[in-house]
Ligand binder design. Structure first.
Ligand code: PBG
Length: 340
């Protein structure tokens, strides 16, 4: 082959010449079934209540929750993750272990409305404690790991009984997967799965969520959530959770930890999830509202990057909307209606 520097033989652009070819060689595809929609349900609400810091996201009342779930199911979304916001909080987070508490109720409403869509219940105390921590405190005011495990174990059984098929273990206590697994099994809930927030970082991007759940946290979660500087430590967290019985592991946040997503995918064989958190959501919404980015393209690019990094499942507040854009995933409108 003669080499003429002005007519290159190797032309990666060849495969980019038409929408059809670009689609053919696309390495990563978003699919509605891989998206999980988080929903907030407020105790005692008669109408949905907007969350200022997360434009487009609400605290649901029962009827708006049912609508959101039916819409998600119809659009082919893969699952729903439910958070409860109680009216009362206390030091032990008692609302979390109350079978008639808001989360258990919301789970029952969700199961009824979801047409078989997997319902993931958030298992953590932070929405229910008056101090806002993810666990109970000892006398010195520190988060008491082992006392928290008892509460988590009780909460796990309550949520399984309410009908959750998966428990989202978001509290970052050591040993939480083993503790909840053993209490589920002792009660015969062998098939309730555990989604472990295995590598959960102490992130600035949870800011809007704290408003969403009316968190009363003062201070930070640095003694239990991971230091954003550490990636190798995530491997240890993931390995421990898998050894304790995690069925799915999650990395959170997603966008600022794509390297950790990739590393987790490479080092474990259970499904890997990643959570595009509230601050990541609101950042894009704010930029789009300011007219400085194309909202839909930005969202698709970001979610594609999470998938490309290795996430099998993506938790995102955009789940239903993106599923609407993709659904059904083969439709030609996505390519401007043309394949050539
Ligand atoms: C804790 C929990 C948090 C989020 C999900 N579960 C907040 C925290 O750890 O402070 C954040 C989700 C988000 O920001 O979208 N139960």
């Amino acid at each position: 082959m003669t080499s003429d520097p002005f007519h290159p033989v190797q032309r990666p652009r060849r495969l980019r010449t038409s929408p059809g070819l670009r689609r053919l060689v696309s390495e990563t595809r978003l699919h509605p079934a891989d998206l999980i929609l988080p929903v907030f349900v407020g105790e005692g609400l008669k109408d949905p209540r907007p969350i200022q810091s997360m434009p487009g996201v609400v605290q649901h009342c029962r009827s708006s929750l049912v609508d959101a779930l039916q819409e998600a199911a119809a659009l082919g979304v893969g699952g729903v993750m439910v958070f409860g916001i109680p009216l009362k909080k206390d030091a032990m987070g008692s609302g979390a272990v109350d079978p008639n508490g808001i989360l258990s109720q919301a789970i029952r409403w969700s199961v009824e409305a979801s047409r078989g869509l997997p319902i993931i219940a958030d298992l953590c105390l932070d929405e229910y404690t008056d101090h806002g921590h993810c666990g109970v405190l000892d006398r010195a005011g520190r988060v008491d790991n082992d006392a928290t495990l008892r509460q988590y174990a009780a909460m796990g059984n309550v949520l399984a009984e309410a009908g959750a098929s998966v428990l989202g273990m978001s509290g970052m206590m050591d040993g939480q997967i083993a503790a909840v697994r053993s209490s589920l099994d002792a009660a015969g809930h062998y098939d309730t799965s555990l989604l472990a927030y295995a590598a959960k970082y102490a992130s600035a991007f949870y800011g809007p969520f704290r408003e969403a759940v009316q968190s009363s946290l003062v201070g930070d979660r640095l003694t239990y959530q991971q230091d954003p500087a550490n990636a190798r430590e995530a491997e240890r967290e993931v390995a421990l959770d898998v050894a304790e019985g995690a069925d799915i592991v999650m990395v959170k946040p997603a966008l600022s930890f794509l390297d950790v997503v990739a590393r987790t995918k490479a080092t474990t064989s259970v499904p890997v999830a990643a959570y595009v958190v509230s601050g990541e959501y609101s950042m894009v919404e704010a930029a789009a509202a300011a007219g400085v980015i194309d909202r839909q393209r930005a969202i698709e690019e970001l979610l594609t990057s999470v998938s490309r990094a290795g996430a099998d499942l993506i938790v995102t507040y955009w789940a239903s909307q993106v599923a609407g854009w993709l659904h059904p995933c083969w439709r030609p409108e996505q390519f401007g209606g043309r394949f050539s």
